[in-house]
Design a binder for this molecule. Sequence first.
Ligand code: CO
Length: 214
Amino acid sequence: MINFKELFKNNEEWVAQKLSIDINYFEKLAKGQHPEYLYIGCADSRVTAEELMGAEPGEIFVHRNIANLVITTDNNVNAVVQYAVEFLKVKHIIICGHYECGGVKAAMNPTDMGQLNSWLQTLRDVYRFHRAELDGIDETQKRFDRLVELNVLEQCLNVIKIDHVQRSWYATGFPSVHGWVFDVRTGKLVDLGLDMEKEFAEIRSIYDLKPLNK
Ligand code: CO
């Protein structure tokens, strides 16, 4: 476990290491950001976004919360998505779930979790949408893994329900939306290979926000 005092010492070493490669590193960093990716992942300490992708500061716009949810009334995630799409003009939005997700696991057990109840309800809803498939999986671990994947799919759909995303889609064809899972058991990133255009086409008559006369 990392000692509290070591955090600042580590930071000094990190600064020195960056400067040893490029003396103007932070001068350049301070000039602004032009990330092509918005990454929405779990707050889990094992799923470290940039590090597991080998990305440098400035390359990924990151939002993390418990179980990588995109909830329509969450002002935080909505602001992140709007800023990323309208101002940063990201080309890709990635929803990254992970196996062994504590949030997903908690949602599989109907228990009173206090403040977490309303957050976990979104995950319980995902379970309900896919109940037939999930209840058909006998092995608990496999059912857990599948709920992680189905949650990623549902959160991808939630992203394309957002007006800012749809407006940008119709104007520019971007951003693409991707569903990934990080496998904490192997360290590998798995692309679920979701075809979001096809997924959206199926629910378009319900969620399409384009004015009818256009
Ligand atoms: Co998690």
